[in-house]
Design a protein around this ligand. Sequence first.
Ligand SMILES: Nc1nc2c(c(=O)[nH]1)N[C@H]1C(S)=C(S)[C@@H](COP(=O)(O)O)O[C@H]1N2
Ligand SMILES: [Mo]
Length: 352
Amino acid sequence: MKKDFIIPYLKTLSLDPENQESPIHFLDRWKTPKDYFYLRNHFAYPQIIPQPFYLTIQGNVKKPVKITMNDLHHLPSKTIMLPLECAGNNRAKFKPKVYGEQWEEGAVSQAKWKGVPLRELLNRAGLLDGSKEAVFVGMDFGERKDLEETFYYGRSLPIEKALHENTIVAYEYNGKPIPYKHGFPFRLIVPQWYAMASVKWLQNIFIIKHEFNGPFQTKDYVYYPYKDSDKDKRPVTTINVNSTIQQPMNNSIIEEGPQMIKGIAWCGTGTIKEVEISFDYGISWRKASLKWKESEKYAWVKWQFEWQAVKGEHTILVRAHDTEGHVQPLRPFWNRKGYGYNAVQKANIKVE
Ligand SMILES: Nc1nc2c(c(=O)[nH]1)N[C@H]1C(S)=C(S)[C@@H](COP(=O)(O)O)O[C@H]1N2
Ligand SMILES: [Mo]
C-alpha cells in the first residue's frame, strides 16, 4: 500500500456536541493541520449568518462599535504560533476519577493564528473608567442540564489581559480563513491561558464594571480542591507547565539498541527551560535535547533523548521546567472537575 494512505485519525469522545482528540503521538510538526486539531465543543455548531461578517463592542465604552471582516483586514495584524490546550486535557488520568470528557493526552494542538490585537479594537470603542472585564460571547448556544436554562458560550478576561499586546481577534489559522469548526469567521486567541478563554465564533464583546458570572466562568473552569465543598475554589487561567511523550508509545514493544524518545513540552508562564527523562521513577533525571521554534515565544518545544535501550521492561518518565521555576509534579493536583492535569507523563516500554 502507498504510504500516503496510512494516516492518523482523531479519537472520538462524543459527537453531539463534537469532542475529538488530536492523534498527538503521530504529529511531528510545529503546526497542526486542521484535520488533526482537537475539537472541543459545549454545544452544537452555530449557524453562521453569511456576509458581511462583523463583531460588536459595547457596554462601558465611549462609543459602541461594529467591526467588519474588511475593517479587520485593514488593521495592523500579528501572527502568533501557540498551542491551545483544553483545561481538561489528561482528565482521564485523575484518581479518583472525575466526571467530564475523559480526555487523554490529545486535547492539545498548535497553530499559527493571524489577527488584530484586541486592544486596537477596544481603543476604537474607547474604554470608560471602571472597566473591569471584557466578556466574549460566541454564536453557539444551548441548554445546560444543570441549570435548565439556555446560554451562549461566553467567557470573560480581566481588562489587563484583554489589553495585552498578544491577545488577538484572529481571522486566519495556518495562513487560511479559520476552519468552521475552530471558530470561523473570528476567534479570540488568548496566549498562555487554557483554551476555554479562546472563544470561537466570536460575535459580541461587552465591557463591564463588575465580574462576569456566566456559568462557563463561575461553575465550570474553576478549580475545586475538595469533593464535597467549594472551599478554596479559584478560577482556571494560565496553562500549567506540561509535556507529552509522543514516541515510543505507552505499552509498546521496541528493539534493543539506540532508540529515540521524543515529544513536546509547553507552558503558560515564561518559556520551557529544560525537559528531563527518568528511568528510575524520578530518583534521577537526565536532560533531553530541545528544539525551540525560533521567534515564537509561545510555541511548544520539541524534545528528544537518544536512549541505549536494554532488554527488559522500563518505565520512562518525562517532566518539563519553565523559566519561572515551575516544574511538573510527580502527582497531579486533584480537583473535582479535573482541570489543569500536569503530572509527569509515563510510558511503559518493553525492550526485546
Ligand atoms: N464559542 C465557543 N468557544 C469555545 C468553546 C465552545 O464550546 N464554544 N470551547 C472552548 C474550549 S473549552 C476549548 S478547549 C477550545 C477548543 O478549541 P478547538 O475546538 O478549536 O480545538 O475552544 C474554546 N472556545
Ligand atoms: Mo476546553
